[in-house]
Design a binder for this molecule. Structure first.
Ligand SMILES: Cc1ncc(COP(=O)(O)O)c(C=O)c1O
Length: 439
């Protein structure tokens, strides 16, 4: 019992733990756009939790669906068995995805979704007798979670360096489609961008296209700091993947379920990938869930004529967990009833106007936005990269009553899709005040 107030046992992820223990930031309750600390201080949530609470916090409909399900069916295995809610949920997700993306495999997080997508790409080619296609190409500064597959195709150095050697066949990365000299302070998607996709031609020439299984990209790079895809980039990438017989995977863990004003980024950009990953917004963050949506042409390759033969040796104890399915069904119906994807589209220009007005504020190197997401990139303090970002997060909590997400020296704003103009003004005003006082 002595340990009740001991903050040492819980090892927080992606956190400087010693400093956290010296001034903990505890979030005890949440409602709408706000968290509340243990003393009931109200804190504006500027990043939908971690890009997941798209319908805002404390939604009764979701809480009730989870409670009812917990009382009815706490658990059911989905290896060789199933429960009734998994099927309508898979259909509802497939209905939101582009035509052809018809089959849904459930896991419990975005990381597992990414590793599932990568494994599926290799297994698909093995099934087709093309096992020589094993390379999995990600992108510099890409984030695909923390599994070995995800960090291997991912391109964020700190997430990779301590863990090598990584998965064979993943060493090459395409460039991030960004060039500060021409793209800084762009509103929305920059022009052009074909040349960044064309780097795939170089890798196809170097290794032989027949060795490449898949390319995985975030439609917009989220964790690296909101880099919108240039206007011609994703279409060009799709065309090159088609030319070389390579699968295109969109990691829509952040972009799925409304962040870009559409159900998926694939819809906004008019590009149909072969596999889509999702997580986060599927349950509004209320219960862990992730998954992949697979094109029918891939799924078909896994069919087996033998009644007893398992077609894919993959899955998790909690794949399609009943509580997650109940939460997801309630979440999807909330998104629809409240027209939240369209609302995100409407609010895009409000957020864009607000954040771009920070141009010229102290330390600001670049400002980027797309959909209901924006980043303010700060110049790193000399000799202390990440310190300005960390201080911004800390002061936002201490002085501005805001929960702010930073990655390195970049501030990310990605409010829930229910955000109002006043709340956007408040978050940007708070950031401005912090920057004006920051060393
Ligand atoms: C694009 C992308 N992929 C994968 C992940 C990993 O998801 P999770 O943290 O649920 O494992 C994230 C998380 O931020 C993400 O942004």
């Amino acid at each position: 019992m002595d340990r009740l107030n001991d903050l040492d046992a819980f090892w927080l992820p992606f956190t400087p733990n010693r400093h956290f223990r010296s001034s903990p930031r505890l979030l005890a309750r949440a409602e709408g756009m706000y968290f509340f600390d243990e003393g009931d201080r109200r804190l504006l949530d500027t990043c939908s939790g971690l890009w997941c609470v798209n319908a805002g916090h404390g939604r009764r409909k979701i809480a009730e669906a989870i409670a009812e399900q917990a009382a009815r069916l706490d658990y059911a295995p989905t290896f060789q068995f199933a429960h009734p809610d998994a099927f309508p949920l898979a259909s509802a997700i497939a209905d939101l995805a582009p035509k052809g993306l018809d089959h849904v495999f459930f896991v419990n997080s975005g990381s597992e979704a990414c590793d599932t997508a990568l494994k599926l790409a290799r297994a698909y080619f093995q099934r087709k007798g093309e096992g020589g296609r094993f390379r999995l190409l990600g992108r510099e500064r890409g984030y695909h979670g923390v599994g070995f597959g995800g960090i291997s195709v991912g391109g964020i150095a700190n997430n990779r360096k301590p863990y090598g050697p990584l998965v064979p066949g993943t060493d090459d990365h395409l460039p991030l489609p960004y060039d500060r000299s021409t793209m800084a302070f762009t509103r929305g998607e920059p022009e052009g961008g074909e040349r960044f996709a064309d780097a795939l031609e170089g890798l196809a020439a170097l290794h032989g296209a027949e060795t490449i299984a898949a390319v995985i990209v975030e439609p917009f790079a989220g964790s690296a700091g909101v880099f919108a895809p240039p206007k011609n980039y994703l279409k060009r990438l799709r065309a090159l993947c088609d030319r070389y017989g390579v699968l295109l995977i969109f990691d829509e863990v952040i972009t799925g379920f409304g962040r870009l004003g559409t159900a998926f980024a694939a819809e906004r950009y008019g590009v149909v990938p072969d596999i889509v990953t999702f997580a986060k917004g599927i349950t509004n963050g209320a219960v862990p869930m992730g998954g992949v949506i697979v094109h029918d042409r891939i799924r078909r390759v896994f069919h087996d004529d033998l009644d007893h033969a398992i077609e894919l040796f993959h899955g998790n104890t909690c794949s399609a967990h009943p509580l997650a399915c109940a939460a997801a069904l309630a979440t999807l119906s909330l998104y629809e009833e409240e027209g939240l994807f369209a609302r995100a589209a409407q609010m895009e220009s409000v957020l864009a106007d607000a954040v771009h007005a920070l141009k010229g504020a102290p330390h600001v190197l670049d400002i980027r936005n797309v959909g209901l997401a924006a980043a303010i990139e700060l110049e790193p303090q000399s000799g202390a990269p990440g310190k300005r970002g960390y201080e911004t997060m800390r002061r936002a909590f201490a002085d501005e009553d805001m929960v702010v997400r930073v990655g390195g020296d970049t501030i990310a704003l990605a409010p829930a899709l229910i955000v109002t103009e006043e709340e956007i003004a408040r978050m940007v005003g708070g950031v401005r005040r912090i920057l004006e006082r920051l060393e």
